[in-house]
Write a protein that binds this ligand. Structure first.
Ligand code: MN
Length: 462
């Protein structure tokens, strides 16, 4: 997999994002105009509704996709998704917008990040649409040395104590508290005020609930606590996956607006919540992403014996994923699981496989980008190998199994390997999957692969 390991390069790209900040026309018109995505006009509703989004991470770059090409439009994906969100708020005629934290990815590299936010929120200001803004761990006060006074249609929840605002036309009360520090470990929700009786009440909160790995355990609270608080809706942020956790009251993570890496697969977006007479209707997820991550994880069937046949299988998978992507560009990782005894010729060289995958994806460049490749070459357990070789394999298996269970050994191994890797020059970006796994701290996978490679070699000893 191609990856930019060097911090210099990554910084270079971040700076480039800011120089690119606003290519001509972007942000002035709906995102669909230049992305070829449909408008949201068909969402226009007679029913009043509000929109709840979170985890926008403006100006996070997507370095794994860039391959050194700093001008690639993907660097702007989080911004484009935000424009798309504002388009939706305008075109669906939403009453207001709630942003439940991590609007910014962290300290701005320069003021253009803030200018971009103001420009987009300004499109709502001119239409009289308020924005209820809460800061989470990424954009906590302590994490943001530089900020701008927000536009006057933005109601920013205080980081000192819970604060409430009323959306007066519909008597909806919103309660929330921003993060003062990224590392916020207290139960913020417990201090939120009681609901205003006879009105719709919305709690806005950035939280990991009772723990949501891999997300850091910030502003912990329990689902039961939120259910019992008396609000009609909990507009949560922090967990990047859309989840409706309860319906009475509604407790919702909208997920992030735009997938940021290969572990954030599939559609990403925001939630539209109908405001009925004195209560809220069922929230609806609306995709806002402009680029979608997709994983092809294929156990290659025994019938596939030639490169042409293998490419045919992957091509089918690309086409089917692309058909289901609602016009979004896809960033795909291809994982091929091959059996060294069943596919001996295909398993000859990972470099050959990688080149062929790049060759295939190059044909789809306008729809699909190859995010990375991973080739798992395994031998069948009952494969050939007799006598001494078989004994050696058995003791090797026992050794690896023991090593993987020994935290002290794993810790030493990790430290030693990281020390070796840290001495590499930035230019030595590894394409060897083992080194890369180690660099990514995927030691378990690295050990499994190393064991498998040794087993395969031992089995071929006659
Ligand atoms: Mn967060």
């Amino acid at each position: 997999m191609r990856r930019l390991a060097s911090p210099e390069l990554t910084n270079g790209i971040s700076l480039e994002v800011h120089r690119l900040a606003m290519p001509a026309g972007i942000g002035q018109r709906p995102a669909g105009c230049y992305l070829g995505l449909p408008s949201f006009m068909h969402y226009a509703k007679s029913m009043p509704h509000f929109v709840h989004a979170a985890d926008i991470h403006l100006d996070r770059s997507l370095p794994a996709l860039l391959d050194g090409r700093a001008t690639h439009p993907f660097v702007l994906a989080p911004r484009l998704a935000f424009i798309r969100l504002i388009d939706y708020v305008i075109e669906s005629d939403a009453a207001f917008l709630v942003l439940a934290g991590d609007v910014y990815d962290g300290a701005w590299k320069d003021v253009s990040t803030g200018l971009f936010f103001h420009q987009q929120v300004g499109r709502l200001r001119s239409r009289g649409v308020p924005v209820y803004l809460l800061h989470g761990n990424h954009d906590a006060e302590s994490a943001m040395p530089k900020t701008l006074v927000p536009p006057d249609n933005v109601r920013l929840f205080s980081a000192r104590s819970p604060q409430s605002f009323e959306f007066e036309p519909l008597h909806i009360h919103l309660h929330g508290q921003s993060f003062a520090q990224a590392d916020t470990r207290e139960n913020l929700a417990s201090a939120y005020p009681r609901p205003v009786t006879g009105c719709v009440n919305i709690g806005v909160l950035h939280t990991a609930l009772a723990g949501s790995p891999p997300h850091s355990p910030y502003a912990p609270c329990t689902l039961e606590q939120l259910k019992g608080h008396g609000y009609d809706y909990w507009a949560l942020g922090h967990v990047h996956q859309y989840k409706m956790l309860a319906t009475d009251p509604y407790i919702v993570f909208p997920g992030n607006l735009q997938g940021l890496h290969i572990k954030e697969l599939g559609a990403r977006g925001a939630v539209s919540v109908p405001i009925e007479d004195g209560h809220l209707g069922a929230p609806e997820f609306v995709a806002m992403d402009v680029l979608r991550f997709h994983l092809i994880d294929m156990v290659v069937p025994a019938s596939v014996q030639t490169l042409a046949a293998l490419i045919g299988e992957v091509r089918k998978a690309i086409e089917s994923a692309s058909d289901g992507a609602d016009g979004r560009h896809l960033a795909m990782r291809v994982v091929l699981r091959l059996d060294t005894t069943v596919h001996p010729s295909l398993c000859r060289s990972k470099t050959m496989l990688r080149d062929e995958m790049e060759g295939l994806f190059a044909q789809f460049e306008d729809q699909v980008t190859l995010e990375g490749t991973e080739f798992q070459l395994r031998a069948r357990p009952a494969a050939s190998g007799t006598g001494e070789a078989q004994d050696a394999i058995a003791s090797l298996d026992a050794y690896f199994a023991q090593a993987a269970r020994d935290p002290a050994f794993m810790g030493t191994l990790r430290d030693n390997l990281q020390a070796v890797l840290s001495k590499r020059k930035p230019s030595e970006t590894s394409t060897e999957s083992l080194l890369e796994q180690i660099a990514n701290d995927e030691l378990d996978t690295a050990i499994n692969d190393a064991a498998e490679q040794l087993r395969t070699r031992l089995r071929t000893i006659e």
